[in-house]
Design a protein around this ligand. Structure first.
Ligand SMILES: Cc1ncc(COP(=O)(O)O)c(C=O)c1O
Length: 387
């Protein structure tokens, strides 16, 4: 019998941590329809605005027509189809690795890669601000977990020096941190992994398509062509699609195919998601203007936010947190903006540490100068009323 859950929900409400969904009508774009009203959207991961792009929709529709709605089996049974093979080949080529593997989501790609690589005789070194899917992956792996302070490579070096008695040692980090928008110190992490003979895994879900001269992501931003052993990314952010991906050597991918439970025991990614992701990767290659427009928006908005003297934490990217602190105040500010037609969600614990509730602002290439101006006007009012 289900225990009484009401009190738990009431507790969440009294702590300002209760969450609900909002029903978005129509496609994901810079404007969305909610409750019959139009909102300017500043909290989606659709950084390049590709989720509703005609070319992606056309190729997804073609795949739907040709291959149907579902793979209706795991990849190792009968669910591996031509769009999966095409996407894996394209991902490996795009990311400059020998091979790649598709998972149904980014969350599952992280679970799969970490649990396949490490177990009870191993240790994982994980940045304190890594995404929840990495935290869960570490727990599920039953490896020893050593959490190092955010981006603190000196501390990590000390940990690597002292914790040697393990079969495998895995360093894992977000490339762009999903709630703070700052970058992992990848060159230093590559050096540390090499110096200590550790494996390096980077979750570049938010970097792919956005960072680097050709949109290859955080490694390209730092000019790294080798040293990352396990590269994870996702369709669900800048690529505007769906799915989780691991790229690396042939042996790594072969091992994951054989050992990663979230690959083996689940239905393979739908064919239309694979087809749309291939098209998104092509667009990243052929239309650098989209990425350039995003970066122009990032610079414009940052200037405006800095003039308003907001605390933007250490953000360097399209993810720009506005630190508020208290969860109730954060949600009140989010509601204030919502009343003015601006959808900018508040993020509270446990997604972020206690005392660090924030508005997590994300930009799209398709936001116009006027959109950004409207947002800044709303935030100027917030500044006057709430600070
Ligand atoms: C850094 C990071 N990794 C992994 C994921 C999971 O990706 P997905 O939403 O495709 O499961 C997300 C987003 O939710 C993320 O922000």
């Amino acid at each position: 019998m289900l225990p009484p859950l009401h009190q738990e929900l009431e507790d969440l409400k009294s702590q300002g941590l209760y969450r609900t969904t909002r029903l978005v009508k129509g496609p994901q774009d810079r404007h969305v329809q909610i409750d019959g009203r139009d909102f300017l959207l500043f909290c989606s991961n659709n950084y390049l605005g590709l989720a509703n792009h005609p070319a992606l929709k056309k190729d997804a529709q073609n795949a739907l027509r040709t291959y149907g709605c579902s793979t209706v089996a795991s990849a190792l049974i009968s669910g591996y189809m031509a769009p999966h093979e095409a996407l894996e080949t394209r991902l490996a080529e795009f990311l400059g690795t020998e091979a790649a593997l598709t998972f149904p989501t980014g969350y599952m790609a992280n679970l799969g890669a970490v649990t396949a690589l490490v177990g009870p005789e191993d240790i994982v070194f994980s940045d304190t601000l890594n995404h929840r899917s990495i935290i869960d992956a570490c727990r599920l792996s039953r490896a020893t977990v050593a959490i190092y302070p955010h981006k603190d490579t000196d501390h990590l070096n000390t940990l690597l020096q002292s914790k040697r008695e393990y079969r495998r040692r895995l360093i894992v980090t977000d490339g762009i941190f999903s709630m703070d928008g700052d970058l992992a110190p990848l060159p230093e992490l590559v050096d540390l992994a090499q110096k200590h003979g550790a494996i390096l895994m980077v979750d570049d879900a938010h970097g792919t398509g956005v960072l680097g001269p050709t949109g290859r992501g955080t490694p390209e931003h730092f000019g790294l062509t080798k040293g990352i052993d396990v590269l994870m990314t996702a369709g669900s952010k800048a690529l505007g699609t769906f799915g989780g991906f691991i790229a690396g050597t042939n042996d790594l991918i072969d091992l994951l195919r054989n050992r990663a439970a979230p690959f083996i025991y689940t239905t393979a990614l739908p064919p239309d998601a694979c087809a749309a992701t291939c098209t998104a990767l092509d667009l990243v290659d052929t239309t650098p203007d989209i990425r350039n427009a995003l970066w122009k928006n990032i610079h414009t908005l940052r200037q405006g936010l800095e003039a308003l003297e907001y605390d933007l934490m250490e953000s360097q990217t399209q993810i720009i947190p506005i630190l508020i602190g208290d969860p109730d105040r954060t949600m009140a500010i989010s509601a204030f903006l919502y009343d003015r037609g601006i959808y900018l969600s508040g993020i509270r614990p446990p997604t972020v540490p206690e005392g660090q509730s924030r508005l997590r602002l994300t930009l799209m290439a398709s936001h116009t100068k006027e959109d950004i101006q409207q947002l800044l006007e709303g935030l100027a009012e917030v500044r006057r009323i709430y600070f």
